[in-house]
Structures are given as structure tokens and as C-alpha cells.
Ligand binder design. Sequence first.
Ligand SMILES: Cc1cc2nc3c(=O)[nH]c(=O)nc-3n(C[C@H](O)[C@H](O)[C@H](O)COP(=O)(O)O)c2cc1C
Length: 338
Amino acid sequence: MDKVKNTSSLADPAALAQLFDQREFRHALSTFTTGVTIVTACSTVDGSEKLVGITANSFNSVSLDPPLVLWSLSKSSHSAAVFETADYWAVHILSHDQDGLANRFAKRGIDKFAGLTIERGLGDAPLLSGCTTRMQCKTTYRYDGGDHIIMVGEVMHFDHSDAPPLVYQRGNYAIATRKELTDEAEALIKVTTSGRNTDTAASNTITPLLGNAYFQLYDKLRESGAQHGLNDTEFFVLNTLAANEGLSLAELMQLFVYAGHSPLAHVLDDMTVRGLLHVIVDQDEESNNGLFYLTALGHDVAQKIVDAGKQIEADMLSKLGEVDTIALRTLLRRFVNP
Ligand SMILES: Cc1cc2nc3c(=O)[nH]c(=O)nc-3n(C[C@H](O)[C@H](O)[C@H](O)COP(=O)(O)O)c2cc1C
């Protein structure tokens, strides 16, 4: 929009054409979120069989009856000669973990099928596996579309899976996660804050949400610690040493304070007496204080807690589903490593 400086020229096509900025146009188009496909075909060119495949996000549905789909092929594509003669082509709607494949089929001058296991479909078109959906199409129309050819095909056969699809948004691969409807989100905030604070902006802050999520998860883990006779602090010691053995008292104290636990040395003594920990004193160390390790019993209890933790996490994440779990992991990683 800001490319059109003088609004009086809006009615003048020649003036508008001059103001048209190709890069901005691409940028504007990239705001339209799409899936990602690879379209493949096979044809005989100059007497030899040629397999082609191209990453395309211009794919779209056209008609249900007859079942028609379209995509547009750049006239400069190396694969153009094959698509212009092939009677059939296959569209693969990629699944969320196939971004590597999308990059491979967006490259020129490489053997895109090298090392891939393919089947052959209608018209011998190569069929890739692991996709969300595959459609085998008969070429129905080819239209001229500027620097592209609009390929319309009738879907003769298709198969699909539950694998979440790969998404393309503003030049990046993405995943699609279900959005909370704005009304729903506002209603939820009112319920969770019991009307105490109906200021949406304040209730929408991330810190209490993260804290709440952490405590809900940690509470369940703590229960599993209690089942093994461990109080909060002991549970923390066991977890810490399971992940990072051979810590000195000073190092443990530092972690205790950081995590909000009371820095009590007698907890360590007590756990040592109960056979969960043992101390190894390094004679060369000046301090002579020793380092804390888990005993075989300590490892056994820690493993049981880890297993219970995995189950608790799996139960919680099963409520989110595959895509939201990936989205949560992605966002948390980005949050922790900005
Ligand atoms: C996400 C994405 C979407 C693309 N969509 C299209 C498209 O719809 N049509 C097209 O001709 N090229 C598209 N391309 C570019 C081609 O994949 C790329 O030019 C490829 O190298 C062509 O291969 P070829 O020259 O071997 O045929 C896209 C690339 C990416 C990364």
C-alpha cells in the first residue's frame, strides 16, 4: 500500500504499473499461508525416460465434481518440458517433518530422487512416501499464466494420512496449530481469574501462564517423589544428581537456593544414611569436602521417578496432540534460547 504514494494516480494503469514493486509483490503474496507440495511426473524426453519433481505451494483445489486441482509451474523450471508433455502428475501434500524434502525439490541441477525409495503411479509418475496426502492426477488443462503455466488435473486416485501438514508462511516453513477463538480465550481468562482481574492484557501475560504450567506438571512429579518416600527437597537432590553426578556441597547449595529450596546440609546427610547418596572425597582436593553421587539404590529410585515423569508428560501432551506438542516444544526452546 505504501508503495502507492500519489492516490490521484490510482486510476491511471500506466502510473500504477510504474509504481509496482516486484519484491513488495512477492512479499505481499507471502502473507498468504499455504501448504507445501511436491509435484512429480515422468515423461520421455529426447528418447529417454525423465523423472521430475518440483516443490510447489501454488497448489489449490478447483472443483469437487469433477474432482479438479491446480498448481502453477514456472516456465523457467527445468522440469517444464516433462510437465508439458506428461499425461499424469502426482501431487504430494507434505507432512510437517518433510521440510528437508521440500528444500531438496526446490533445488535445481541435482538428482532430486537420489537415495529415495519411490513407487510408480499413473503415467509412471514417481510417488514419494511419508506425505500427508497424495493425489494422482490426469492432465486436464494447461493455461498460459504469465511467467507460469497453470496446470489443472483431474484427481484419479488419492490417499491420505493423519500426519500434520507442513505449512509455508512469509517465506518460512511452519506448523499449523489450532487457534483459540478470541471469544473463547477471553471467556477462559474470566473463568481462570474468577473475575478478580478482567483486564485482558494483564491476564494474558506469559509469566503466570508459564509458572502455572510448570507447577501443574511439577506437582504431579512431586507426587511420584512422595510415593518413594522423598520430600520436596530430597526429590530435588535426587533429580539434580541423576542429571549431574559428582556435585560438591557448595554446588548443590547454589542450585538449591536458585530453585527456591532451603539449603539444608542435613538433608544430604539423611539421604546418605538412607543409602541413596554417597560421598567420594578427592584426596587431591584442597577443600577435602567430597562430591555427592547417587548409590545404586539412588539410581534405581531416580530411574523410577524418571519413568513416572515420562508417563506424566505423555499423559499431559496427549491432551495437546502431535502438532500442539511440536508447537509448544518449538516455542519453549525459542523462549529459553532467544
Ligand atoms: C515453498 C516453495 C514453493 C514453491 N512453489 C513453486 C510453485 O508453485 N511453482 C513453481 O514453479 N516453483 C515453485 N517453487 C520453486 C521451485 O521449487 C524451484 O524453482 C525448483 O528449483 C524448480 O526445480 P526445477 O527447475 O528442477 O524444475 C517453490 C519453492 C519453494 C521453496
